[in-house]
Design a protein around this ligand. Structure first.
Ligand code: IPE
Ligand code: IPE
Ligand code: MG
Length: 189
């Protein structure tokens, strides 16, 4: 087996990258999306089974409304245009995070993408969307209490968004900063 089975990436620095080139922050986000495609292709080539990408954090709602809307539209349009390609390339897509706050159009296309790709086996790509690790942890505990389960590591992990995936072997953060930004706190232990 590949010793690196699961790669997690905090995709940071897109805005700064673009501003340094006298372009808009949103241009940086567009290029970031193209880079994701390259990373997914390369990961398949390297036989990496899981890729988890921090796409939008629960804290990112504090950004200007225009930028937030642009980011979600970018994702929605990507799946509208490319879902067939994603299916054909054997990519399994899963969203981790709190979907309830997302716009209904985006939720619909995400659900379609998850359903149409659920049997794909080449790589499993998790998009962390409206994801926050502290929230995920509280949420897991609430589920355990609701289900009247015992508080054990196993039960706790099975109630996280990441229940179906092994913990990451490596975390990459682009953009030059060294911060976790509320990403996979438990899983990175
Ligand atoms: C991308 O990088 C992360 C997303 C929220 C999509 P940033 O938008 O944080 O870019 P910088 O860090 O401000 O340069
Ligand atoms: C982390 O980047 C979140 C994502 C990559 C989605 P941010 O730019 O939002 O994080 P901070 O503000 O530097 O912690
Ligand atoms: Mg940033």
């Amino acid at each position: 087996m590949n010793p690196v089975d699961h790669v997690a990436i905090i995709m940071d620095g897109n805005g700064r990258w673009a501003l340094n080139r006298r372009k808009s922050r949103n241009y940086g986000h567009q290029q970031g999306l193209r880079t994701i495609e390259k990373i997914v292709d390369y990961s398949i080539k390297k036989k990496i089974s899981y890729l988890t990408l921090f796409t939008f954090s629960s804290e990112n709602w504090k950004r200007p409304r225009k930028e937030v809307n642009f980011l979600f539209k970018l994702l929605e349009n990507y799946f509208k245009k490319n879902l067939l390609k994603v299916i054909r390339n054997g990519i399994k897509v899963k969203i981790i995070g709190n979907k309830s706050k997302l716009a209904s159009n985006l939720r619909k296309i995400i659900k379609l993408a998850e359903n149409k790709t659920k049997k794909n086996k080449k790589i499993s790509v998790q998009l962390a969307l409206n994801y926050g690790s502290k929230n995920e942890i509280i949420n897991s505990l609430k589920n355990i209490i609701k289900k009247k389960q015992k508080i054990t590591t196993k039960n706790f992990e099975q109630n996280l968004y990441t229940a179906d995936f092994p913990d990451p072997d490596i975390l990459i953060r682009t953009g030059g900063k060294k911060r976790l930004s509320n990403f996979l706190l438990w899983q990175m232990a």
